[in-house]
Design a protein around this ligand. Structure first.
Ligand SMILES: [Zn+2]
Length: 213
């Protein structure tokens, strides 16, 4: 657990991502991005890219190998598929974030829950919607590994994945420093079938500071 040195009132950018909605924004080298779980127990499914080259993107595998740990928290360097550090987690009042569970999709909703769940909105659609709206050559095939900020997916001693009720709470946040120019896409998870958000999607707040703020 580590608190931030930044004052929310001095942020350059401060926005709310409504429950179930996507968000896309650049974070430039040296800037700080804070993601706040406003009401608690909400999953913020997040993708990161090199802002100038979408093929150089967040890699869960490289991040886990680099730090020799499956959970993300303060000190974690988010590695790209080309071995670059995209961002570093510099503050975290939640304490643990998942990068194994993946993002919800209409297909996985059908397999996990019921065939009629196919028509429910899912994170993968939010990622595609945000990416296509951004343009600049972003395509559906650019959707890759994601981080589930505030989501609790403990791994059992036998290696099993378990989706548990969150360890987050109202106002908990994670803060990252961009180590290169980054494009961030957040799907404020619309899932209604899984305890990742206590079956009740709620808003996420995002803030950005320049280093001198
Ligand atoms: Zn989701």
């Amino acid at each position: 657990m580590k608190e931030s040195m930044f004052d929310a009132a001095k942020a350059r950018y401060d926005a709310i991502i409504p429950a179930g909605e996507p968000w896309i924004h650049e974070v430039f080298k040296g800037q700080y991005l804070r993601i706040v779980d406003v009401e608690g127990n909400q999953a913020a499914d997040t993708l990161f890219y090199n802002a100038l080259d979408f093929e150089d993107r967040y890699s869960a595998q490289d991040t886990i190998r680099s730090q020799a740990n499956i959970y993300l928290t303060t000190g974690t360097r988010l590695m790209s598929s080309r071995g670059n550090v995209l961002l570093t987690i510099v503050a975290d009042t939640c304490g643990r974030h998942d990068t194994l569970g993946g993002a919800c999709a209409t297909e996985s909703n059908m397999v996990r829950y019921a065939i009629e769940k196919r028509y429910m909105h899912a994170c993968r659609q939010s990622f595609v919607k945000a990416g296509l709206s951004w343009g600049r050559g972003f395509e559906k095939r650019d959707i890759a590994h994601n981080i589930n900020f505030f989501m609790n997916v403990p791994v059992t001693p036998e290696g099993g994945l378990t989706f548990q009720d969150g360890v987050s709470g109202p106002g908990k946040y994670v803060e990252l420093r961009a180590e290169t120019d980054v494009l961030a896409i957040i799907s404020n998870c619309p899932q209604l079938n899984n305890p990742c958000n206590a079956y009740n999607p709620t808003p996420i707040r995002v803030l950005i500071w320049d280093p001198q703020d």
